[in-house]
Structure formats: C-alpha cells, structure tokens
Design a protein. Structure first.
Length: 372
C-alpha cells in the first residue's frame, strides 16, 4: 500500500515566514504556513540579505543608540512598500537591549498618528520580545487581572516565548487568573510551539477545552503547524485518555477540515493509528471527492488500497473533465482488478455527456453491451 506524508495548509496570517526580516521556525510535516513571496530575508556568509521584488540588498549591521533606532523606525509608513520592508529589516537586524525603547517610542508615535504598520509592527515587537521580553512584559502588567492586554503585549510574548519558551511558560503560569491571562494564552502557545511543539501540546492541554478550540485565535493550529502529525496525534490521544471522545473527535475534525491542498500527503496521517479511529465514512467520501478534483489517479490508488468500492466510485464521479484521460489511463492499467468492471461502468456514466462514443467503448469493456 502506498504511504504518504500529511501536509495541511494554514490559511491565515499566523505564519508570516520570513516576510519582514524576522524568521519563524519551519512548519511541521502536517501544516504549512503561507508566505509572502514579495520579500524574503536570508543569511549569506553571516550577513542578512533582503530580497524585494527580485532585488537583493545587504542589511547592514551597525551599532545604534536609542535615538538612532527611533529615527529609523520612525520612517515606517511614510515611503513605498519596498522602502518599508528594507527599513524593517534594518531595524530588526540592529535591535539591541540598549535601543529597544527607541523602537517602541517610534511605534507608539506611528500608532498615535493613525499609521497601520501591520506585519511590520508585529515583526519589530516580536524581535523586541526575543531581546527584552521579560522586562517589557513586566512593564505592561495590568492593574487588574480582568483588564485586557494592552498594545503590543501579545507580540512581545510571542517573541519571548519563541526565544525562551521555558521562562515564558513559567512567567505565564504565575499570572493571576482572569481576562488578561486568558487572552494571552494564544500568544504563549504560538511562541512556545515554534521551538518546542510537543511541549506546546502539553501547554495547550493545560488550558480549558473551549480555550483550546478558541476562535479566531485557533491556537491549536500553531501547535500542529509546528509539531506536525506527532503534535496532532498527541493532542487527540490525550483527549482520548481523558475519556473525552467528543473532544477527541472535535480535535480530529479541527485538523481534518484544514486539509485543503495536498491530499496525497494527507493519507498517511489519516490511515494512522490515532486518526483512523475518527476518519468515518462520510469524511472519507468528502476527502475522496476533494482529492479527485486535484489528482484523480492518486485518489483512485488510495481508494483501491482501502478496498472500498464506494470511495473509488466517488473519485471517478467527482473527477474533472480535464482529468478524464489521466483517470482512463489509470483504469486501463487495472483491468485485472476485481473492482474494474464496476469502476468502468461508473467512468462511462461520468464521461457520457462530454464523449458518448468513449462512454460506449467503456461499457463494452465492462461487458455491459454483451447482450447486444
């Protein structure tokens, strides 16, 4: 039987890759993050290089004091997109503990002026979190546990939890219960998951069940994105062991419903020991139909391996007209298989409207016209 790796696509802005000059951990084997192809930052021979719209520029590393950093970050939002990306890359390259306050002042002034810096602001704040997270977060503790987190706290925590996950976990666990802690749970999980995805599963499981599935944060995504199938299985299996089959099924659905691109790689996880228990007939049918739209011969191979005639019929019936030749070739290569005649009939019905002559030939092959 063919085996595949599982890949799920995470279609939100959570994973920005190396967009604005700050790097995230590569995704796990079952979740991929979107990346912005307009700007990439890489390290070449110890130097950072930014590529914007095909043009590569060295990102100079220089000593900056607080005032110089404030001036640099203050340029954001006033030039072209390409200029903004380069400024952001330079700021992140040169942020140090002695100048982070200058960057924060510039960002606060931009906010007061109504500038929306978007991912640029996030990238700088996460870098500051990596450098000076504990101090910056302690400076922004609320007066009351039920106060909401203030500006920038979420990204500061993500950056710190990425750089120092163990210290960030300890800091978070000591927060008093309340709205502030609840709303920061997502940032803590996201940051921890980048370097310690399986530890992030434990952290996720320490939270109330509704928080684990909370929307729009979907913190479970961050865990599975970085930890892959191992993290997904650990999450689901723990819920099983807690005698909570409803939540285990919900966790499986949470992951399954986001498998929208690479159907072939999804099969291994779905056929695995943990996921297969929750991969019911209705989901198999929808999975087969979706896969047939992308790669019908691969989907048919999987359906054949499963020994399920209904799945194979679903693949054939759901295939796109542009894939008929590919699917016909696959069927022709399996003439000796037990399922062949039934599959040939289904295929004849599928192509009837576009190619009645070919449909008739497939009925001949299936033996449906012998009486004639």
């Amino acid at each position: 039987m063919k085996r595949y790796r599982l890949v799920i696509v995470f279609l939100t802005g959570l994973c920005i890759g190396i967009v604005m000059g700050f790097s995230l951990q590569p995704p796990g084997d079952i979740v991929r993050g979107e990346r912005n192809s307009d700007a990439q930052v890489e390290t070449v021979a110890g130097k950072s290089v930014i590529e914007v719209e095909g043009e590569r520029t060295d990102v100079e590393s220089v000593a900056m004091d607080r005032s110089e950093m404030k001036t640099l970050v203050g340029r954001l939002g006033s030039g072209t997109v390409s200029e903004g990306l380069l400024v952001t890359a330079r700021a992140i390259e040169n942020l140090r503990s002695n100048n982070v306050e200058g960057a924060i002042q510039a960002l606060l002034e931009a906010k007061a002026q109504g500038k929306d810096l978007g991912l640029t602001e996030r990238g700088i704040l996460e870098k500051i979190g990596e450098i000076d997270g504990r101090q910056q977060l302690d400076n922004r503790l609320p007066e009351h546990p039920d106060d909401p987190p203030g500006w920038g706290v979420d990204f500061l925590l993500q950056g710190w939890a990425n750089a120092m996950p163990d210290r960030a976990k300890e800091w978070f666990s000591n927060l008093p219960d309340g709205r502030y802690k609840n709303e920061l749970a997502y940032s803590a999980v996201v940051g921890i998951a980048r370097k310690q995805p399986l530890a992030a599963v434990d952290f996720l499981l320490s939270l109330p069940i509704e928080t684990q599935f909370a929307s729009p944060s979907n913190m479970a995504f961050a865990v599975v994105q970085n930890g892959g199938s191992s993290a997904a299985d650990k999450w689901i299996h723990h819920l099983e062991m807690e005698s909570d089959p409803e939540s285990a099924q919900r966790a499986f659905n949470f992951v399954f419903d986001r498998m929208t691109i690479d159907y072939g790689n999804a099969a291994e996880w779905l056929d695995g020991e943990t996921a297969s228990k929750y991969f019911g007939d209705s989901k198999k049918v929808s999975f087969a139909a979706g896969w047939a739209q992308n790669a019908p011969s691969e989907a048919a191979e999987w359906a054949m391996d499963s020994g399920n005639q209904e799945l194979l019929s679903t693949v054939i019936s759901s295939s796109d007209e542009s894939q008929f030749n590919q699917l016909g070739a696959w069927l022709s290569s399996h003439r000796e298989a037990d399922f062949f005649k039934n599959a040939a009939r289904v295929f004849a019905n599928r192509i009837e409207a576009t190619d009645p002559e070919a449909a008739e030939k497939w009925r001949d092959i299936a033996g449906d016209n012998e009486s004639k």
